[in-house]
Ligand binder design. Structure first.
Ligand code: SAH
Length: 244
């Protein structure tokens, strides 16, 4: 059985003004194969069809960082963190695509992190490292708090929870990118309240449709503009139990 990912060069070009190199395409393919294999032991993803994997995992991961793809000529190498990365999304496609960044892949599940260690070795991705932990602890850790230029978070919780997980980790001026499916005005209101308390602002909310199935997606971009008070993030479990 062959599971060949589509290349979609034209769609990449039209939607993100970017195309994978031969090496990046080979890394995407290998990533896909390793996830299919890993799925037999670990419950990594229900998305296994090649087209669907391309759209929901690869394209969606990179759509959120579109601003970085076009800024890839910039000389600085940003420090990124992907919180609740799971099987490595959006973090691993971003690692493959933005080789001048350094990225930390964080998840609270040790098994998933062990799987990712293997992925990074197999794909020879030297610009990423993994971390087992909870966002609530890592956000209070002196080595990680205020340490990142960009924090990515997809499918981890309500937006205000995502704000509490991401903003403490950012440097002043840093950017949090929250990947969402649907989005409502009520969520904007709730998020606004949370972000005010955390030293951030909602910089923009982008709506887009995925290129194959035309599903609606949103990315919420938060900018850290002030100091996050020391009590955030709150203790493990509190952000989800009592969202700001
Ligand atoms: N971001 C991936 C996985 C989403 S599933 C994707 O979009 O496909 C959510 C993941 O977040 C799980 O792997 C879970 O272990 C992790 N997670 C949930 N709460 C967390 C927390 N507080 N700190 C760190 N990881 C967390």
């Amino acid at each position: 059985m062959t599971n060949l990912l589509p290349e979609m060069a034209e769609i990449w070009q039209q939607t993100l003004n970017w195309q994978p190199t031969v090496q990046q395409q080979a890394q995407f393919q290998r990533l896909y194969e390793l996830i299919l294999k890993g799925n037999r032991q670990l419950n990594l993803t229900r998305i296994t069809d090649p087209q669907e994997f391309w759209e929901k995992h690869l394209w969606d991961s990179l759509r959120g960082i579109a601003p970085l793809l076009s800024a890839s000529l910039s000389p600085t190498s940003p420090a990124l963190i992907d919180i609740g990365t799971g099987a490595g999304f959006p973090g691993v496609p971003v690692t493959i695509t933005v080789p001048n960044c350094t990225i930390t892949l964080l998840d609270s599940t040790r098994k998933k992190i062990a799987f990712l260690d293997n992925i990074l070795a197999e794909l020879a991705l030297i610009n990423a490292k993994t971390l087992v932990g909870r966002a609530e602890e890592i956000g209070q850790h002196p080595q990680h708090r205020l340490a990142y230029d960009i924090a990515l978070i997809r499918a981890v919780g309500a937006a205000s929870v995502c704000a509490e997980y991401t903003l403490p980790l950012l440097k002043q001026g840093g950017l949090a990118i929250i990947y969402r499916g649907n989005w409502t005005e009520d969520e904007t209101t709730a998020l606004q309240n949370a972000v005010n308390q955390l030293g951030g602002i909602i910089e923009s909310i982008e709506q887009f449709t995925t290129p194959l199935t035309h599903s609606i997606r949103h990315c919420v971009y938060l900018r850290k503009v002030a100091i996050t008070p020391v009590q955030f993030p709150r203790a493990i479990g509190i952000p989800t139990q009592k969202p700001l």
